[in-house]
Design a protein around this ligand. Sequence first.
Ligand code: AHG
Ligand code: MN
Ligand code: MN
Length: 333
Amino acid sequence: MVSFQPTLNQFIRARQQEYPEAVGDFSQVMNAIALAGKLISREINLAGIVDATGYTGRMNVQGEEVAKLDEWANELIVDLLGETGCVCVMGSEEVEGPISPPGSASMGRYAVLFDPVDGSSNIDIAAPVGTIFSAQRRVTESGTGHMDDLLQPGRNQAAAGYILYGSSTMFVYTTGNGVHAFTLDPTMGEFHLTTEDLKFPDKSNVYSTNEGNAGTWLEPDQRWVEWLKQNDPATGRPYSARYIGALVADFHRILLKGGIFAYPGNTAKREGKLRLLYECSPLAFVAEQAGGRATNGLRRILDIEPTGLHQRTPYYLGNASEVELVERFHSDG
Ligand code: AHG
Ligand code: MN
Ligand code: MN
């Protein structure tokens, strides 16, 4: 038998037998996201040639400039998920309210949230960007999906993950049975399994945060980052700083090399910048499945009960020991 690493399709199908109730809907949702990832990867790798750099001139609901690729990727994902007939409602960083697939397609069993392009400001400089997704079963009985199907705590997620458009294109996801990583072979247009059941390495002394904001942070976060930078080799300090400015890329490095990512709140915006439902919760699910931890400084991200589609949260993510360290600075007040 010719040996090659299983494709994403083969892997999901093989694992589908673990879910007796599975009727293939989940596989269809994942395949739609994987196809979106392949097409976005191609668009990003040709960005300057296919006029995918630059901005639309519009602002999104977040009050942020919409990059051309944000808009293009959003429309692509909405269409590909909509046509599966397995999704009853969607939530996107780029769209203010719930998105209903057309007609009967909106009777599906899943509600899917996504950040079509995470780290958009990196597109024009050919630096890493990502796509983040989160799928959960609907809570409404039937018919067109509803905001209630989207506003579920992260612990309800059926699947979550991301696609990283970096030096290679990676598809990383979990369904609650470990974290699995695939690499795109662009010559074949297939994602092949590269790591099954990925776990954080033991702690490493790397921190990832936009320290330019430290002057606006609350006092516990300022004390935490100053502690990391003290010169004390016996405790592995000072830490090294790494920050790519795209959450997916910063997280992927931490997942493989260890460390902690932090986007704290500040005196003006206590909730910080990152969005709970389609940035923080999905990566928190992946992090916990890989043996790590994700909190808002006081509470587990996956236990936060959402009240709004675009609500933000302070965010600490990475090796459990590193996140617990930050929490001690917060609980010491
Ligand atoms: P998006 O491009 O989807 O708006 O996300 C950008 C986010 C996240 O990817 C990154 O960690 C963070 O913004 C960077 O924010 P700063 O530029 O304020 O550091
Ligand atoms: Mn984002
Ligand atoms: Mn985005």
